[in-house]
Design a protein around this ligand. Structure first.
Ligand code: SF4
Length: 179
């Protein structure tokens, strides 16, 4: 469902590469002139990831968008005096071509589908009944004839009260008056 406009947790490889260790006090202008990027290869983003992926390898199916790598990397960037956001919420388009976020037809369709689904859910919630009952014949039992010649059947009734108040329940046989 994602494309190059989708906002995901992303590593800004244009800013980060070429990754490499940073010596304390080393000016970043010098690093830049040597062709190095902002990633100092500390691997904090990898060690905090609950699924163990390296977000610097790109968007991966295992990513649960917990954003732990964003926080870890921002902390590192603050410590070394570089701007936050080397890993951030961004689209591939914004990283590769510097395009700002824009609303695409795909987003419009997905939003519409989401609104319809939310509407259906709201309708089902507001029109549901307070009580749900299930009536099942007891397993493995056929009818029995009592000594007085009456027919006896055994059923299991399960009543679920979905509200927060007490609901009076009455069980009544609608046919066979008096039985
Ligand atoms: S936390 Fe940031 S600086 Fe450290 S390895 Fe990950 S991307 Fe590079």
């Amino acid at each position: 469902m994602i494309d190059e406009n989708t906002m995901v947790v992303a590593y800004d490889y244009k800013r980060g590469e070429r990754r490499g260790p940073w010596r304390r006090g080393q000016p970043f202008l010098q690093r830049e002139s040597e062709g190095s990027g902002d990633c100092i290869n500390c691997r904090q983003c990898v060690s905090v990831c609950p699924t163990g992926i390296d977000i610097r390898d790109g968007t991966q199916m295992e990513c649960v968008h917990c954003t732990a790598c964003i926080d870890a990397c921002d902390t590192v960037m603050e410590k070394i005096g570089r701007p936050r956001g080397l890993i951030r919420y961004a689209s591939l388009d914004s990283i590769e071509r510097g395009k700002l976020f824009h609303f695409t037809p795909r987003m419009a369709v997905y939003s519409l589908v989401l609104v319809v689904l939310a509407g259906v859910l709201a309708f089902l919630v507001f029109t549901r009944s307070d009580v749900e009952a299930t009536l099942l014949r007891a397993q493995g039992l056929l009818h029995q004839t009592t000594d007085e010649g009456r027919i006896s059947n055994l059923y299991t009734v399960k009543v679920i009260n979905k509200s927060t108040r007490d609901v009076p329940v009455e069980l009544r046989l609608e046919s066979h008056q008096g039985s």
